[in-house]
Structures are given as C-alpha cells and as structure tokens.
Design a binder for this molecule. Structure first.
Ligand code: PMP
Length: 364
C-alpha cells in the first residue's frame, strides 16, 4: 500500500500487513458472533477460543515445554520488573543482574525495592556496547535468579547465547521484550521469559510471561493480586478483564509467524535484513558508525551515528520525506536507530540502505 510508510519505530512498532488486514476484515463482526472482538465477553466461547489458540500457537512457535505456563498480562514489561522479585524471592534473598543497557538498569533498580540486588556486571562505563564473557562473571552463590535483558532496545546490544546460573536452585530470567519471537530460543534454559508485545508480536497493552510452573505460588505476602503469577495461572490469564483485543491481535501475529514457517525461517529473514544494514554502515568508510561490538549487535535495533553529526536532523527529515519514519535514536543516546523487527519487510531495509548510500553520496 503506497500510503503506508516504512516505520522503523522501536515500539509500538510496525505490524505485518496481512495481520492488520485480517484484523480489519474481522473488526466489525468476528466470525459468526455478530459482534466485534472488542465488544465480546472475555468469558464467552469465542474469546475463550481466541486466547487458547493464541497460547497454543505461541507454545508451538517457541516449543514451550509442558512444565511452563504462558500468561497474557497487562502493565507492560515494566510491571514485570517488580513482579519478578515479588513472586520468586523473599526480601532477604539476593539476586544477580547483568546490566547491558538502560532496560536492564531499570529492571535492577526496581527489583532493589523487593530484595537484595547485586549488579554483577555493567556495561555503563563502555556506553553499553558490550556483553560480558560469561567466564568473567562473579555470580553470588545464593542468587535466586540471574536477570538479563536479552536485547537492549535503546543500545542495540543482544545476547547471542545465554549465561547459566551457578546456584543450582536459581533460575535465569530474561527480558525478551524487543527480540521475542525473532528467533528460536530454548525456553528450558530460563525460569522466566517476559516481553511486552508491542515490538514483535502485537499492540501495546499485552505482556507475555512464560514461567516454569514450580516457580509459581511463592509470592511475597504483600504482592498485589494483579502481580501474583499464581492468580493469573490458576485463572488462565482471565482473573480480571484481560486486554482482549490485544491478545486477539497477538494471536493473529503468531498465526502469521507459523505460516512463515516458524521462528527458524523468521530468524533467517532477520539475519539477512540486519546483515545488509550493518554492512552498509561498516562499508561507509566512517560516514556512518555503529558503536556496538560486532559480535553482539542486535538483529532488531540498529543504532548508528553520522560522522558529521550536524547532518543527523537532515538525514531524518529526508528519510521521512521518502516514507521512512521514526529513525531518530532514543533521546538518551542520540544519533539514529532503525528498529527492524519481524514485521519490517526486507524491502524496507533495502530502501533504507539505498537512501543511506545516496545521502552519503550527496553529503559525504
Ligand atoms: N524492556 C525492554 C527491553 C524494552 O524495550 C521496553 C520498552 N521499550 C521495556 C522493557 C518496557 O516495556 P513497557 O513499555 O512494555 O513497560
């Protein structure tokens, strides 16, 4: 559709056109229900089917093991920053955080209210451009969990494999908000995976939590009911009114990802898209620069700067004229950032790369 732009926003982000069209075709009247999904009871048979199918499709996509629950919650990933310590440790327990960017930092700061947080590695002094070697980490013996942010949305740093926790009673917890369902993941390596939907799998308002069942049911006494995983698990995410339309849309995205052949195929496309963009940056003789160490560059969020930083505003303005929008970097780091989630087509990245080369030829 020529009226649609290529939207490089970090989230809420672009959604697959096929999903939006399907949602549009069902928006007024959903199947034979005589009403919109927005209007129907969350306890009726249609919505029950919608949420169950969404869960089943997500389980298939990520090969979620039987002993894990899938929860569709609200409050964004930010709410999970507190729900996690509240649910899986006591105020006396200690927990380890690896901080590879702003989101990991926020998660650690929030958890400090509820337990003893040790930041065992921080990339801050190197401007969050790295992931530590796992051998150099000094984990605490009794740590209840080791928290990572699998993909730092602002800094463009992504774990390519995952550390293990040394405490055999502990678990690894991962914020996968910005690379959820972008590639295969071995769920069994984690105690909890959580993600806001609004980057790769749907609209904002839905937060997905995948949690090993034995971790459920040990929340601190003062945990608000809405943050208690047991309440949501016992009620199949229907304890209160869930974000029905958002869950429906996530379900459409899961179907679309399965139709593409699953996450192995999706990952191949993401590798290709990110590859041509990083190649363009690295091949620009310094005109464009990506600060992130090559081996941990994100497939999802590509930050870059212009050697002549005074041209950045012009770059963003000209790109917008050519229908490539939301390329401005996060206000905390500046420069540019192209978020190229699952739903960004290869054509969008190719167009951006062609524009970058042309811009360099005119301003280089
Ligand atoms: N974690 C990561 C990695 C994120 O990118 C974001 C949102 N940009 C958040 C957490 C916070 O998510 P929410 O806005 O859904 O609370």
């Amino acid at each position: 559709n020529p009226d649609r732009v290529f939207n490089f926003a970090a989230g809420p982000a672009t959604l697959p056109e096929a999903v939006l069209k399907k949602a549009q075709s069902e928006l007024f009247i959903y199947k034979d229900s005589g009403m919109s999904v927005m209007e129907m009871s969350h306890r009726g048979k249609e919505f029950t089917h919608i949420i169950q199918k969404a869960e089943n499709n997500l389980r298939e996509l990520l090969s979620v093991p039987e002993n894990y629950s899938v929860l569709f919650l609200q409050g964004g990933a930010t709410t999970q920053f507190s729900a996690i310590p509240l649910n899986i440790c006591t105020p006396q327990d200690s927990v380890d955080y690896i901080v590879t960017g702003s989101w990991g930092d926020k998660a650690a700061k929030e958890a400090q209210k509820y337990c003893n947080v040790n930041v065992i590695w921080s990339g801050k002094s190197e401007k969050y451009t790295k992931i530590p070697g796992f051998g150099e980490l000094k984990q605490n013996a009794g740590a209840k969990y080791l928290h990572i942010c699998a993909n730092e949305t602002i800094h463009g740093v992504e774990f390519k494999d995952y550390p293990e926790i040394e405490n055999k009673d502990g678990v690894v917890v991962a914020d996968m908000s910005s690379n959820f369902c972008s590639k295969k993941v071995d769920v069994s390596k984690f105690g909890i995976i959580y993600a806001g939907a609004q980057k790769n799998v749907g609209p904002s308002g839905v937060t997905i939590v995948i949690i090993r069942k034995d971790l459920i049911g040990k929340a601190q006494g003062m945990t608000p009911v809405m943050l208690d995983y047991k309440i949501h698990d016992d009620n199949n995410s229907l304890y209160n009114t869930p974000p029905c339309y958002g869950i429906y849309t996530c379900g459409l995205v899961f179907e679309d990802l399965l139709a593409q052949g699953g996450l192995g195929e999706v990952e191949k496309k993401n590798v290709k898209k990110a590859g041509i963009l990083y190649d363009a940056i690295d091949g620009s003789k310094g005109f464009y620069r990506c600060p992130v160490e090559k081996s941990v560059r994100s497939l999802m969020n590509v930050p870059f700067t212009l050697e002549k930083s005074e041209l950045e505003a012009e770059f963003i303005k000209e790109a917008a004229k050519e229908k490539m929008v939301q390329l401005k970097g996060h206000r905390s780091v500046g420069g540019m950032r192209a978020s190229i989630y699952n739903a960004m087509p290869l054509a969008g990245v190719e167009k951006l790369v062609a524009f970058m080369k042309d811009f360099q030829a005119r301003h280089g």
